[in-house]
Design a protein around this ligand. Structure first.
Ligand SMILES: Nc1nc2c(ncn2[C@@H]2O[C@H](COP(=O)(O)OP(=O)(O)OP(=O)(O)O)[C@@H](O)[C@H]2O)c(=O)[nH]1
Ligand SMILES: [Mg+2]
Length: 451
């Protein structure tokens, strides 16, 4: 036998917890630093992330009660609380909002937290008529929760089975609650439990996490016999039966409450930040494309209307440098004008665009001599304008790639990136669109001038 004694894994939960809190706080800080236009779109997600961060810091454990309408979710909450806090009604779709009830009577405190809070979260029923939005709310509440009580009152139907599968796939700790047990005969209840603890569901919920309750049992008729032998009957409501559920919840929390909380926050934050990153990428793409197009049009017009502006290659690149500075701002990567200029020229060189620019410049010098003034003459300069605009468009696309990749050309270098962009760009169509833009703008201006 080895005489090495293994250290008990004491602080695993604490380490998980600290790492999770640090990660979620980092994510909140990262997204708080977004530009206002991005924050507008990400505000909802950021709120949820900040809420999760607060929840974790405070040690607030949330238990969401989830399931189809009228299965007795609100009644389960009342029975656990020991008071009638939630509205219970025979009419389905009674609970319209997600709401939270503090479950202090459970007496559970998260290790290391003097004042942690246990919260029961009531949610609207899943298959409520016209309740798609409420179903979403219920799903969102379950996503945030550390533990989900999945309440049903019969064998699972298709919707319930799918919802349970989704929760299990997201590794959410689950307790499957078969409520209204008072309505079943003992044999029926046994059969149902065997079904729930059987192989089909064991993949989703472990058998020890299947419990039965009677949260709001139906009144039963008691026959009372008086001393003189006469009898009368009285309808009484039996006390709710939720003890098995209460114990199971507390056992799970006792075993690894802190880890559950940490794991849940970490997974929630990972999903949220993935989603937020993807959204931010989309926003940036859309904005960058708008910027590139508007600079390409500006360049086209500048060349078509006023060749003086581009009388040398460097002058022509000034518009592109401004575009690159603007793109850098979109991607949160500041770049000086001087560096933007250098970048524009190096992209233009990689793309073989310098010759395009030089051609435009040499044309511009001769156009200058022939220029008689007036916007109407610009009509004949449309092709040169569009060619110059196309150059800016390519410079813009390459710069976008560069910023998208954190100011890097990646392993294959600038030349490769630029040639990919050229290969994937429909030059003819870009030039045609630019021509349309120039003609449109010029004819509007000519029209205005002649007034
Ligand atoms: N017999 C019996 N009836 C119950 C039990 N639990 C709840 N009920 C009844 O089932 C009906 C629905 O209960 P609720 O608690 O409102 O159900 P819910 O799941 O919250 O419903 P929604 O909020 O509409 O989705 C009510 O009439 C309750 O009295 C139970 O354990 N046994
Ligand atoms: Mg309810």
């Amino acid at each position: 036998m080895s005489d090495i004694t293994l250290e008990p894994p004491t602080n695993v939960a604490d380490a998980d917890y600290d790492a999770s809190l640090a990660a979620i706080r980092r994510a909140v800080r990262e997204f708080e630093g977004c530009r206002p236009a991005e924050l507008d779109v990400l505000a909802g997600d950021l709120d949820q992330l900040a809420r999760m961060s607060d929840k974790l810091a405070a040690g607030r454990v949330e238990i969401a009660v989830f399931g189809e309408i009228s299965t007795g979710k609100s009644a389960v909450i009342n029975a656990l609380l020991g008071e009638q806090k939630a509205a219970v009604n025979v009419r389905g779709g009674w609970t319209k909002d997600v709401w939270h009830a503090s479950w202090s009577s459970a007496g559970y405190v998260l290790p290391g937290f003097g004042a942690s809070e246990l919260v029961l979260v009531d949610t609207p029923g899943l298959n409520e008529v016209d309740g798609a939005a409420r179903g979403e709310m219920a799903h969102a509440a379950a996503d945030q929760a550390d533990l989900v009580l999945f309440v049903t009152d019969s064998d699972l139907n298709e919707i319930e089975y799918r919802a349970l599968t989704e929760l299990a796939a997201s590794h959410k700790p689950l307790i499957l609650v078969l409520n209204k047990s008072d309505l079943y005969r003992p044999q029926e209840l046994e059969d149902l439990l065997a079904q729930f603890r059987g192989p089909r569901l064991a993949k989703l919920v472990s058998p020890e996490n299947v419990v039965t309750t009677a949260a709001d049992p139906r009144e039963v008729e008691y026959v009372i016999e008086s001393a003189n032998g006469s009898t009368r009957s009285e309808w009484r409501k039996p006390a709710p039966k939720v003890e098995e559920l209460r114990l199971r919840i507390l056992e799970m929390l006792q075993a690894d409450g802190k880890s559950l909380l940490a794991l849940n926050a970490a997974m929630f934050a990972a999903d949220k930040t993935d989603r937020m990153h993807a959204l931010r990428v989309q926003l940036r793409e859309a904005e960058a494309n708008r910027v590139i197009w508007s600079f390409a049009v500006t360049k086209s017009l500048a060349v078509a209307i006023n060749p003086v502006a581009v009388a040398d290659v460097l002058g022509g690149m000034a518009v592109d440098a401004t575009m690159i500075v603007t793109l850098g701002r979109i991607y949160g990567i500041p770049i000086s004008r001087k560096n933007a200029h250098t970048l524009a020229i190096s992209i233009a060189k990689s793309a073989g665009l310098v010759s395009v620019f030089e051609a435009v410049v040499s044309w511009a010098s001769s156009a200058l001599k022939a220029l008689t003034g007036g916007l109407s003459t610009a009509i004949s300069q449309v092709p040169q304008g569009a060619a110059a605009g196309y150059g800016s468009y390519i410079v813009g696309q390459a710069a976008r790639f560069y910023f998208q990749h954190g100011a890097s050309w990646g392993d294959e270098g600038a030349k490769h990136v630029v040639s990919q962009i050229l290969a994937n760009t429909d030059k003819k169509s870009v030039i045609e669109q630019l021509k349309d833009e120039i003609r449109g703008k010029i004819s509007r201006n000519v029209h205005a001038e002649s007034k």
